[in-house]
Ligand binder design. Structure first.
Ligand SMILES: [Mg+2]
Length: 456
């Protein structure tokens, strides 16, 4: 199961959190931290069990006991399994399966639509419970969090007792269950929650980690990508224990500097902190993408989608006081092939028109062949981010343009906050959205900490 879980997690990020923000934490924070010392830390990793399916059952009690698959909307061509109930999982239903495949392995399956607002709401309520026990709560996706409870033990008991108190509170108050891993670092705490049964706690201690962690397949370790895993398999490194016991210097020949980090992770030498709730990372990029309900067959239709994506991204950038220099566009054609390109601007932007115009130019460069090839999906990302400076009207002509574009966005924001998102739109876009079946509802799409959905 852990392997399956790891895979589904990756898919989860890709499929559901396509509206992505790639956080700049990974290795840097995983292995460079101030908390190295003699104190044995107590870290929990809390993972909500079958989160989407569980929320569906709370909101629709008649679904209890049935086989459930939460799926994207088939009429919008997003009809794949995003989450499933425990019993459906046992029948062989997997995340990422097409609906027809799920029905084949589990004929009684009930297909349930996604309810992102509800997931957000429950996720925040669960986190509110975590905060009762510590202020160091770091979310990892919508259904997982690390908690550092080292200094909470005097108040609430040892790590296992705290884990159990949290597990009971989440269950009693919200009707959701969690698996909790308790360990002395984040990497092992996460592996502990993978090993724990639903609604249970698993401790990975200094005494038992070799026995429990080392036999696990390599793919269970966070941040092991497919390429790295393939390379390590060639070296006959199959388990976490194989990696932990490997000669680092030898491995450096194959993996370079990453060798040390990977071996350290396998050995549980992960000294990274659980971030405080006041701590916010600067993300590396902010992006939105969507699969359209029918293939786009003209540049005009493409423009409408680009505008919609640019609106979403610009809004999120502005909300977090960020701007980016680099605009990236990815396009999927009707044959499901992706291609993409990026361009950098001489100044950072969070203006809708600038992002849309730049993406449109990239599109023209990528889609030069005639006749027009149908487009199935589009994604824009703004990268190379910086805190938003106050742009002064000066010097460069295109900077003046940028100032105007940003002023327009500010005006839109003000009107929308007062009267609603759809009360003001750029000429012609409302009709295009209607035709494409889109709703511009960006004010529900909150912050960059949540790697929210792929749908616009
Ligand atoms: Mg989960």
């Amino acid at each position: 199961m852990p392997k399956d879980r790891q895979v589904s997690h990756v898919k989860f990020c890709f499929l559901i959190f396509g509206n992505h923000v790639i956080m700049g934490f990974s290795w840097r924070r995983m292995f460079q931290s101030q908390s190295q010392g003699n104190l044995t830390r107590v870290i929990l990793h809390c993972d909500l069990n079958n989160f989407f399916a569980s929320v569906a059952m709370i909101r629709n009690p008649e679904l209890r006991g049935k086989y459930i698959a939460v799926c994207g909307n088939p009429s919008l061509r997003k009809g794949i399994v995003l989450a499933k109930s425990e019993n459906a999982k046992r029948m062989g239903v997997k995340t990422g399966m097409a609906i027809w495949e799920a029905k084949r392995v589990c004929p009684e399956i009930e297909i349930v639509p996604t309810e992102y607002d509800a997931y957000e709401k429950y996720s925040k309520q669960v986190q509110a419970i975590y905060y009762r026990f510590t202020n160091q709560v770091e979310s990892f996706g919508i259904d997982e969090c690390w908690l550092d409870v080292t200094h909470s033990q005097k108040l609430f008991g040892d790590g296992l007792q705290i884990a159990d108190k949290i597990r009971c509170a989440v269950k009693d108050e919200l009707g959701l269950t969690i698996s909790v891993g308790v360990s002395f670092n984040k990497t092992y705490a996460k592996l502990g929650s993978d090993l724990a049964a639903p609604d249970a706690v698993m401790a990975i201690t200094l005494e038992n980690y070799r026995q429990l962690i080392y036999p696990l397949p390599l793919g269970n370790l966070l941040f092991i990508g497919k390429k790295t895993q393939a390379l390590l398999t060639k070296l006959n490194i199959q388990t976490i224990g194989d990696l932990a016991n490997y000669d680092v210097n030898l491995l450096k020949n194959f993996l370079g500097i990453n060798a040390e980090k990977l071996v350290a992770a396998a050995r549980g030498e992960d000294y990274s902190d659980v971030s405080d709730y006041l701590f916010h990372e600067v993300p590396r990029s902010v992006g939105n993408g969507t699969t359209v309900p029918f293939d786009l067959t003209s540049k005009k239709e493409v423009e409408a989608v680009l505008y919609l994506l640019a609106e979403k991204i610009a809004f999120r950038l502005r909300r977090h006081n960020l701007q980016g220099y680099t605009i990236h566009l990815s396009i999927k054609d009707a044959m499901l092939h992706w291609c993409g390109a990026q361009t950098s601007l001489p100044y950072p932007t969070h203006a809708v028109l600038t992002i849309r115009r730049t993406a449109s130019t990239i599109f023209d460069q990528l889609w030069v062949q005639k006749p027009f090839r149908p487009v199935r999906a589009l994604r824009i990302a703004v990268a190379n981010l910086t805190d938003a400076p106050n742009l002064q009207t000066n010097l460069l002509a295109d900077l003046n343009d940028e100032v105007k574009n940003q002023a327009l966005d500010d005006a839109f924001d003000k009107i929308r906050r007062k009267y609603g998102t759809e009360q003001i739109m750029l000429g012609g876009t409302a009709q295009s959205y209607q035709k494409l079946g889109f709703k511009l509802n960006m004010y529900d799409c909150d912050d960059v900490d949540h790697l929210t959905c792929d749908e616009v």
